[in-house]
Design a protein around this ligand. Structure first.
Ligand code: ADP
Length: 211
C-alpha cells in the first residue's frame, strides 16, 4: 500500500524535465530553480542510494554478491557496468531494486517542497510511471550534432562513445511527441535560453495562470 503522505497532490505544479544527454536539461533545471522551483534530481537520488552505506546497498549486495560493494560501502560502478553490459537481465534486476526506491524518495522530496516541483528524469519518456507523476512535461531539445559537440567538450569522450549513448536513449521525436513544451536549445546563448525558460515559467505560473 502507498503511504498516505506519498499520495500525489493534484495541481499543475509538477513539471517533468527531460532531454537527451547534452541537450541542456541540467542547465534548464538550474534556471527553473533560480525562478523558485524545487528540483528533484533522480540521478542524484540514485547515486545516494548506491553510495557509501546507501539504502539500496543491502539489496544490491544480496542480489549481486558482496563483490560489487567497494571498500567504502558504495556500489562498484565500473564492475556493475561490466555485468550489465554482458547480461541484460542483470540490468533489469538492478532496476527492479532501484526504481521503486528512487520513485519513493523522489515523491518524498516533492511532498516536502512548497510550490513548483521539477522532476529531472533522464528516462522520463521511457517510463509511464514518471509521466503520470507530472502534470506537464518540458523537453529540452537540440540537433544530435549539437549534443555530440557539447558532451565531447564537457566530458572528453570521443564521438563514438557519445553517439552510442545517444543511440540508447529515446529518440528526439519520441520525446517531443510527449512534451507539453519544447525548449529548442540550439544556436542560443545562455541568456537567450534563460529568457525562454522565464517565458515558459511566466506562461504557466505567472499571475494570470491558474496556479
Ligand atoms: P544535459 O544535462 O542535457 O546533459 P547540460 O545542461 O549539462 O546538458 O549541458 C551540456 C553542456 O552544454 C554544458 O556544459 C552546458 O553548459 C552547455 N550548454 C547547454 N546549453 C547551452 C547554450 N545555450 N549555450 C552554451 N552552452 C550551453
Amino acid at each position: 500500500m502507498v503511504p498516505a503522505d506519498l499520495i500525489r497532490r493534484p495541481g499543475p505544479d509538477r513539471l517533468g524535465l527531460t532531454g537527451g544527454i547534452g541537450s541542456g536539461k541540467s542547465t534548464v533545471g538550474s534556471m527553473l530553480v533560480a525562478l523558485g522551483a524545487t528540483l528533484v534530481d533522480t540521478d542524484a537520488i540514485a547515486r545516494a542510494l548506491t553510495g557509501p552505506s546507501g539504502r539500496a546497498m543491502d539489496a544490491v549486495a544480496e542480489a549481486f554478491g558482496h563483490g560489487l560493494v567497494g571498500a567504502d560501502g558504495a556500489l562498484d560502478r565500473a564492475r556493475m557496468r561490466e555485468i550489465v553490459f554482458s547480461d541484460p537481465s542483470a540490468k533489469r534486476r538492478l532496476e527492479a531494486i532501484l526504481h521503486p526506491m528512487i520513485g519513493l524518495e523522489a515523491m518524498r522530496q516533492a511532498n516536502e517542497a512548497a510550490g513548483v516541483v521539477v522532476f529531472d528524469v533522464p528516462l522520463m519518456t521511457e517510463s509511464s510511471h514518471w509521466r503520470e507523476r507530472c502534470d506537464r512535461l518540458v523537453v529540452v531539445d537540440c540537433p544530435t550534432d549539437t549534443q555530440v559537440r557539447r558532451v565531447m567538450a564537457r566530458s572528453g569522450w570521443d564521438e563514438t562513445q557519445v553517439r552510442s549513448v545517444i543511440a540508447q536513449q529515446a529518440t528526439r521525436e519520441r520525446r517531443r511527441a510527449m512534451a507539453d513544451a519544447v525548449i529548442h536549445n540550439d544556436g542560443l546563448s545562455i541568456d537567450e535560453l534563460r529568457l525562454q525558460v522565464e517565458r515558459l515559467w511566466a506562461h504557466w505560473f505567472g499571475h494570470d495562470s491558474a496556479l
